[in-house]
Each structure stands twice: as structure tokens, then as C-alpha cells.
Design a protein around this ligand. Structure first.
Ligand code: MG
Ligand code: MG
Length: 255
């Protein structure tokens, strides 16, 4: 069931979304060669808590046999697509790093991610980041009354594949609200004009994951969390929490 939020609930989500956005901005500005992902994580946790939020990822239950997620953010460099555990990895020039933040505020979660270049990156990596960002905005543009769920994934797939990139299929965009992962699951590919109709108050975390290679994924064999491209190609990941309103898309995690 897709839970719709009231106007006042959306306003609370927007307040949380501002914290999420500001946190991502702080992290993006702190990315440089020599910084560890653990340092970024500590910075994020301090920032979120000092703004009366709670880092939603911390303690998130893992798959059977895996530990609960230990970090406040996910930090996923290069061929790692998502769910990277912050730790001793030290950023170096030429890396790209996906930073993913989830904040609980006044009972509601907002979820947003960006991918940042460390120093100079090659043109093909620049192109991947730019296209993934455009995929997110094209998908967000579909989040309005009169559209259907399939229109969101189609917008992503259409743009990414027309430029020869891979669209990760085994990880999805999702509903978000009182829980981080609510119905529906939203594949980042799809057929236009299919699926449930979008209605005011629905809130989605839209998160294209796009690769320079193929779309197959590989789970880390040792930490139970990190997910990589199977072909070790570079991946990019951008995410916003977006609400359907009578007046069109409302990006709740916009800075
Ligand atoms: Mg996220
Ligand atoms: Mg998400």
C-alpha cells in the first residue's frame, strides 16, 4: 500500500529534507584527497544530531547473517554502487564517491544522495556523473498527478541508455516516509503509462544508479553490505526525496 502524507506531514518532511540537503552539501564540500570515509561519516552524524535529526541508516538491520549497518551515511567509491560502510578508505584524486544520507526528523525520513568527484576525473567519468544527475531530474519531473509509476523508471532508462550507459536493475527507487523503505518499489527502468497512478501526498526516494558498463551487480563477500558493479565499471548514484502535489513535483531534499 502506498501511504499518502498530509500537507502538514509533507511540511515536516521538507524540514527534515533541508537537514539532509545541508548535510550532503557539507560532505560534498569536505571531499578531498586524503579524507577517509569514516571522517565524512563522523561529520555527518554530528551535523544531523546537532540539527535534532537522527541518522536513519545507523543500526539499519542487515540481511540474515550480516551486521546492522554501522555508519550514519553510505560512502561508496568508484565501482561500488551503494551501501558502502564508512571506514579507513582514504579518498584519492580521480575517485568518484557516492554519498548517501537518510535523516529521521519529526517521525519522517528523507533520503538523498550525490556523487562527488575527488580532484580531476576523466571525461568519461564526468559524463557519467552528469548523465546520472540528469536522469534524477528527468525522473523527478514525472512525479506529478496524471503520471504513472512506470513513467519514472522510463525517464531514467530512456536517457541513460540513449547515451550507452547501464541502468542498475536489482536495486530500486522506493516509497519513503514513516519508514525509510515503503511501498512501492520503483525500478529505474520501465514502460511509460504503466503502473499505479500518482496521487497527491505520495513521497518517493528516486535514486538512479547508472554505470559506465553493464547493469549486473555483485555483493561484497565480506562485509554483508557493499554492492559493486559485476564488471567493475564505474558507477554513479544520485537521489532525492520527491512528493507528488497538486502543483507538481516537490523536491523535499533540495538545498
Ligand atoms: Mg539513499
Ligand atoms: Mg533510498
Amino acid at each position: 500500500m502506498i501511504v499518502r502524507k498530509s500537507k502538514s506531514e509533507l511540511e515536516a518532511m521538507r524540514e527534515g529534507g533541508r537537514i539532509t540537503a545541508a548535510c550532503l552539501q557539507l560532505l560534498s564540500e569536505s571531499v578531498r584527497a586524503g579524507v577517509t570515509t569514516k571522517e565524512l561519516d563522523s561529520m555527518a552524524e554530528d551535523f544531523i544530531r546537532s540539527n535534532d535529526g537522527k541518522p536513519e541508516f545507523k543500526g539499519y538491520p542487515g540481511a540474515p547473517g550480516a551486521p546492522d549497518f554501522p555508519g550514519s551515511i553510505c560512502a561508496s567509491p568508484n565501482a561500488m554502487i551503494v551501501h558502502g560502510i564508512p571506514g579507513s578508505y582514504r579518498l584519492k584524486d580521480g575517485d568518484v564517491i557516492s554519498l548517501d544520507v537518510g535523516v529521521r526528523y519529526e517521525g519522517f525520513v528523507t533520503d538523498s544522495a550525490t556523487t562527488v568527484a575527488v580532484g580531476e576525473i576523466p571525461p568519461d567519468a564526468e559524463g557519467l556523473l552528469e548523465t546520472t544527475r540528469q536522469c534524477l531530474m528527468a525522473a523527478a519531473e514525472q512525479v506529478k498527478v496524471g503520471k504513472r509509476l512506470g513513467d519514472i523508471g522510463h525517464a531514467i532508462q530512456n536517457l541513460a541508455e540513449s547515451r550507452g550507459y547501464g541502468v542498475v536493475r536489482d536495486l530500486v527507487s522506493h516509497g519513503v516516509g514513516r519508514k525509510m523503505h515503503e511501498d512501492p518499489q520503483i525500478p529505474n527502468y520501465g514502460r511509460p503509462g504503466t503502473g499505479p497512478r500518482l496521487q497527491p501526498g505520495m513521497t518517493f526516494a528516486i535514486e538512479p544508479m547508472i554505470t559506465l558498463g553493464d547493469y549486473d551487480i555483485r555483493m561484497s563477500e565480506w562485509d554483508g553490505w557493499s554492492i559493486y558493479t559485476a564488471d567493475n565499471s564505474l558507477a554513479a548514484h544520485y537521489e532525492h526525496t520527491v512528493a507528488v502535489t497538486e502543483n507538481g513535483p516537490w523536491i523535499l531534499t533540495k538545498p
